[in-house]
Design a protein around this ligand. Structure first.
Ligand SMILES: Nc1ncnc2c1ncn2[C@@H]1O[C@H](COP(=O)(O)OP(=O)(O)O)[C@@H](O)[C@H]1O
Ligand SMILES: [Mg+2]
Length: 235
């Protein structure tokens, strides 16, 4: 589904990613873990077309999409759940969800999309007319996830879904991610909470200082003492 080869991304002269390679297979869930400032958000934002690659390539389902703008990536089925949710805080839950359903090819999907979103998140059905900014953090994360699903993604990019949430809510959010994955969506999941991420991922990569320092199955990573000590302590 997604193939990243030797991607380099910079902010001005400061390199944020250097020669990062990564694959996400069809219906696969790959986690990227790593400390604050490692370049995780930079990675998903580049895949979503929000940041240009300085070098390297990004292929989606075999097509070179490296230089495509965000709108074109969305048309091809890439949806981003951004770090910090980025809801339209003054709009209702339902208006937020509708914002996810803007691309041309899926305009007729609105009703079915909303029905599916409310089935997955019954609490949002109850609160469909509530202003999003007044929801709890966990409910806001649910809106962010549901909004991305309204775009009928083939590839879902999820950036730090557990950030700022209580442990019980984090557990629910990861259950939802596993449920979405089970429907066949490919997922690239960014997380600082390595423990939770490795529970749901089929493969995981460790990013540090803009470089991939390890990758493998969760079991393989946990078996590496150096990786475990340096990166898997959190959560
Ligand atoms: N808009 C920006 N301008 C300049 N530097 C940035 C910007 N965003 C991130 N950086 C830098 O790029 C590096 C990677 O950041 P980021 O991708 O946000 O890491 P992570 O998501 O892993 O915490 C950090 O050193 C950060 O300071
Ligand atoms: Mg980040």
């Amino acid at each position: 589904m997604l193939s990243i080869e030797r991607l380099c991304v910079s902010y001005g002269d400061a390199a944020a990613l250097t020669d990062v390679s990564l694959e996400v297979g069809d219906a696969e869930l790959v986690a990227v873990i790593g400390p604050n400032g490692a370049g995780k958000t930079t990675l998903v934002n580049s895949v979503a077309g929000l940041l240009p690659a300085r070098a390297g390539t990004i292929h989606l389902a075999g097509e070179n999409v490296t230089l495509l703008p965000p709108r074109e990536l969305a048309e091809r089925g890439v949806a981003l759940i951004p770090e910090g949710r980025r809801l339209f805080n003054a709009m209702t839950v339902e208006e937020n969800l509708e914002m996810g359903c803007y691309r041309k090819s899926i305009r007729g999907w609105r009703e079915e999309g909303l029905a599916r979103a409310y089935e997955l998140f019954p609490i949002l059905a109850q609160r469909r007319r509530q202003i999003a900014g007044t929801l709890s953090g966990g409910q806001q994360q649910m809106v962010a996830i549901a909004r991305a699903l309204m775009a009928r993604p083939r590839l879902l990019l999820i950036d730090e879904p557990s950030l700022g949430l209580a442990p019980i809510i984090v557990k629910q959010v990861f259950e939802i991610i596993a449920t979405i994955h089970a429907t066949g969506v490919s997922i690239l999941l960014i997380e600082q909470n390595a423990t939770r991420a490795l529970e749901v991922a089929q493969r995981a990569c460790v990013l540090d200082c803009g470089s991939m320092v390890a990758s493998g199955s969760p079991k393989e990573l946990e078996a590496r003492g150096d990786i475990k000590a340096a990166y898997l302590g959190q959560g």
